[in-house]
Design a protein around this ligand. Structure first.
Ligand SMILES: NC(=O)c1ccc[n+]([C@@H]2O[C@H](COP(=O)([O-])OP(=O)(O)OC[C@H]3O[C@@H](n4cnc5c(N)ncnc54)[C@H](OP(=O)(O)O)[C@@H]3O)[C@@H](O)[C@H]2O)c1
Length: 360
């Protein structure tokens, strides 16, 4: 076993229920490159090194392996269930069957209940594993307030049934939040957004803070091993930027740890992924020592490139222009143009056999 970081010294974040939850978690998405066993081995090691939060998802295809690791840790007395903060997400093909998805995640993860249950994407647009960037599902639809709220209401009923403690949302935009927040009976505790130095999403971040919704920052290191479909020639490698290397040198650490300190000092909960013990231990430890200075935080603020890595091409619906439509960049929810919809649908029904693919 590697170094043990006492969870008591790892910073916590106070959320809108008044509870304090871990200030850093471990991601568990193997990016189509790392096997479920490698991920679950890392989770086993991470629990023993002091991690107390794990970011899982039904669509990562590894919840049953991770569940065995949780059960072993409980059986061996390494940790009690109530000491862990377990997060998972309902995948897009289960928006009409949220309880079934939740019960399956609880059974696979062998954890009795979920601490934070996210709606992974605000669309019911399904893609199976292993797709490329050009894959499209002709049944995909644009965002609908009614459909989203139907999914959200099911989550609210899971809270009432004691299956989940907190509700989370993910991959949302300000116009979508404006439309749905007033309709909710139970406020979401957190929102997962892409957050790394070259994708700072300041407006959305500030909106979430103003609404007392905790930001959980995904791809905090700029996800250097992300799936092929999420790699574009114009993407910037956050950890390779000279400014990041310079700050890392000043702290005698890897730029990865600068990314995590930055995310934490902004007020987010970063959820870095790693299968290497040396890396996941240093990631956890980075929040317990040697913070960045105000000058370093200001320098990183200048690195914003609006470099979205998860563009979401494979969620596009018939009639959508391009991936920008997913993100409501003009400040209003992008819906469908009916004429384009029919043309797109006809075209893509022909390609239907190829449409299954999968996303983060
Ligand atoms: N809500 C959503 O839609 C959504 C979307 C994407 C991701 N997520 C969540 O966010 C998590 C994190 O995102 P991610 O896994 O894509 O990317 P990430 O955490 O930004 O980057 C992970 C990569 O960084 C490397 N790494 C980790 N620690 C390091 C260190 N200390 N020094 C050097 N390299 C290091 C890892 O390699 P090694 O394994 O070799 O260390 C791995 O290749 C996911 O696992 C998932 O749980 C959620």
């Amino acid at each position: 076993m590697g170094e043990f970081i006492d969870p008591a010294i790892v910073p916590k974040m106070k959320v809108n229920t008044g509870e304090e939850i871990p200030g850093i978690g471990m991601g568990t998405f193997g990016s189509d490159r790392v096997s479920p066993e490698e991920v679950s081995n890392a989770v086993a090691g991470a629990i023993r090194c002091g991690y107390r939060m794990f970011d899982c998802a039904a669509c990562y295809g590894n919840e049953d392996q991770i569940g065995k690791v949780f059960k072993d840790a409980f059986d061996e007395g390494v940790v009690e269930r109530k000491e862990l903060y377990i997060m998972t997400k309902v995948w897009n093909d289960m928006h009409r069957r949220v309880e079934e998805s939740c019960r399956k995640s609880i059974a696979d993860l062998q954890c009795d209940y979920i601490d934070m249950f996210f709606i992974h994407w605000p669309f019911p647009n399904y893609h199976a594993p292993g797709c490329d960037v050009d894959s499209r599902n002709p049944d995909s639809k644009p965002f609908s307030v009614e459909e989203f709220m139907d999914t959200y209401r099911q989550c609210e009923s899971l809270v009432e049934k004691g299956l989940i403690r907190h509700i989370g949302i993910s991959n949302m935009t300000i116009p979508k939040l404006d439309a749905v927040l007033p309709l909710m009976k139970i406020k979401p505790v957190a929102c997962e957004i892409e957050l790394h130095p070259c994708m700072q999403q300041k407006e959305l971040f500030d909106y979430l803070v103003a609404h007392d919704i905790q930001v959980v920052g995904y791809m905090p290191l700029g996800s250097p091993q992300r799936p092929e479909r999420d790699i574009m020639p114009e993407d910037v490698a956050d950890m390779e930027l000279p400014e990041m290397k310079e700050i890392a040198a000043a702290h005698n650490c890897h730029p990865a740890l600068v990314c995590l300190k930055w995310s934490h000092q902004l007020g987010a909960i970063p959820i870095p992924f790693s299968v290497r013990e040396k890396n996941y231990v240093s990631n956890l430890k980075s929040l317990t020592e040697d913070p960045l200075t105000d000058e370093e935080m200001a320098k990183i603020a200048t690195l914003e490139r609006n470099n979205r890595l998860v563009k979401g091409h494979v969620f596009l619906w018939p009639g959508a222009k391009d991936w920008h439509d997913l993100w409501d960049e003009d400040g209003k929810i992008v819906t469908v143009d009916n004429g384009n919809y029919s043309a797109f649908r006809l075209n893509h029904i022909k390609k239907r056999r190829n449409f299954f693919c999968y996303i983060d």
